[in-house]
Write a protein that binds this ligand. Structure first.
Ligand code: DGY
Length: 424
């Protein structure tokens, strides 16, 4: 059997093992629930060998949608005592217990990929017709609840909403958030080496925000006005933009029009006009913005490449980012590090402060493809493959040594390998 076939089968086994009954946990123990962007990306793996199961994954995620349209970052379908903070801390007692924030909305992009990949066209069309109204509500929620002033750039209220939890991009904004004084027991450190996870001080502030949302009854208007943490997350904004374009193309395919679709079209145009606010002329790079101080979070992270998605960056910006990416690919043995190795905050093994993430590499490569930079996309894929073949299915990888970090037998790593890196 070829090496690719063996790896494909190993990836398949990981998804099956992490299947908790219609939804896939990212990894057992450390993350025992359904996470929003993990789950969407996982469907890319399922579709390659079990199409009904891929659709089921997305249906389960949508089953947790709030009445206002939000799809939460975690759905606590079943109890587990291996994770903290659980449903009691979040206090969001909806039809499915959940957190009260969302996560990078890659979901519509994944539905579009499944539309292209699925071989059972009847099942595909039936599922998409059911899913589309939920996706439209989800995207409208982003553009209304998170951008009530119509700036073109949605706001995020928690580092966990970015999916890039302890990125150094959030350090300044998070430092202003008070620390909780109540006692709690972290569970992540009983699964993973503390050197690969965020510090307690950051957790104290993450939990303050969780309490803040709960004490304000999850009221979007109040939180928008008063949240002590409010950012324009460049990665989330770019992922949302590309996903809205994918959603609009599906609406077109299935003859869905009307006011909501027009409103989404208008939002896409507004984001195109506004993204320049996150571009720094001096360093020729994109950054997130702290909305409380109205300043850019100036540390170079892999998020800065994501406005390539859906052609959000201008032609001139694409040229700068193409030069920049080759510098990043050369800067560390394993690429693309989540923080540039020359930044003082770079830590090659600690969660989002340096390690390489396969799904982000896939998104960046997709962005370069969207801009017609096919050779660069291939180079990223090659660098990712080298890392994966040597170190396999970890959550993330040390950018200096390639060593696997965080959880093992990780669902999105298996899915990206199956979908993008391996030829079965
Ligand atoms: C965690 O608990 O580390 C998760 O990333 C939050 O989403």
């Amino acid at each position: 059997m070829s090496e690719d076939k063996l790896l494909f089968d190993a990836g398949k086994e990981i998804l099956k093992k992490n299947d908790f009954g219609g939804y896939t946990v990212p990894t057992q123990g450390l993350y025992p629930f359904q996470w929003n962007w993990d789950s969407a990306i996982t469907a890319l793996g399922w579709v390659k060998f079990d199409e009904p199961r891929a659709w089921k994954e997305l249906e389960m995620l949508i089953s947790g949608q709030w009445e206002d349209g939000m799809i939460p970052h975690i759905l606590f379908h079943k109890d587990s005592d291996t994770y903290f903070p659980g449903p009691d801390v979040w206090g969001a007692d909806k039809k499915v217990k959940s957190t009260s924030i969302s996560q990078p909305p890659v979901l519509s992009t994944i539905v579009k990929k499944l539309f292209e990949e699925a071989t059972d066209k009847a099942l595909r069309d039936q599922k998409i017709v059911e899913i589309l109204p939920h996706l439209i509500r989800y995207h409208l929620w982003w553009y209304s609840a998170r951008d009530p002033e119509k700036t073109g750039l949605v706001a995020s209220y928690h580092p966990w909403e970015s999916g890039m939890d302890n990125s150094p991009a959030w350090d300044w904004a998070l430092e202003r958030v008070p620390q909780v004084t109540w006692e709690y027991e972290r569970r992540d450190l009983s699964h993973i080496d503390a050197a690969e996870r965020p510090h307690k001080e950051q957790y104290d502030r993450y939990l303050y925000l969780v309490d803040f949302f709960k004490h304000n009854d999850f009221d979007s208007e109040v939180i928008y006005r008063n949240s002590p943490y409010k950012t324009n997350d460049v990665s989330l904004i770019a992922i949302l933009h590309r996903a809205t374009l994918d959603l609009l193309s599906l609406c077109n395919e299935f003859n869905i029009g009307g006011e909501d679709v027009e409103s989404l079209n208008a939002s896409v145009e507004l984001t195109k006009k506004s993204i320049c606010k996150l571009w720094c002329e001096e360093t020729s790079f994109f950054y997130s913005r702290d909305l409380i101080t109205n300043s850019l979070c100036k540390v170079k992270t892999n998020a800065g490449f994501l406005p390539l998605l859906g052609g959000l960056a201008s032609k001139e910006q694409v040229e700068f980012l193409s030069i920049e990416i080759h510098e990043w690919l050369a800067a560390s043995q394993y690429a693309i590090s989540s923080t540039h190795p020359k930044e003082i905050s770079y830590e090659p093994q600690r969660y989002w402060r340096g390690p390489v993430w396969l799904h982000v590499n896939w998104l960046i490569a997709t962005g370069f493809e969207d801009c017609g930079e096919i050779q660069t996309a291939k180079k990223i894929k090659y660098k990712t493959e080298v890392l994966f073949r040597d170190f396999k299915f970890y959550e993330y990888f040390n950018a200096d040594t390639g060593e696997g970090c965080g959880g093992n037998d990780f669902s999105w790593t298996a899915a990206i390998a199956i979908y993008w890196l391996l030829k079965p």
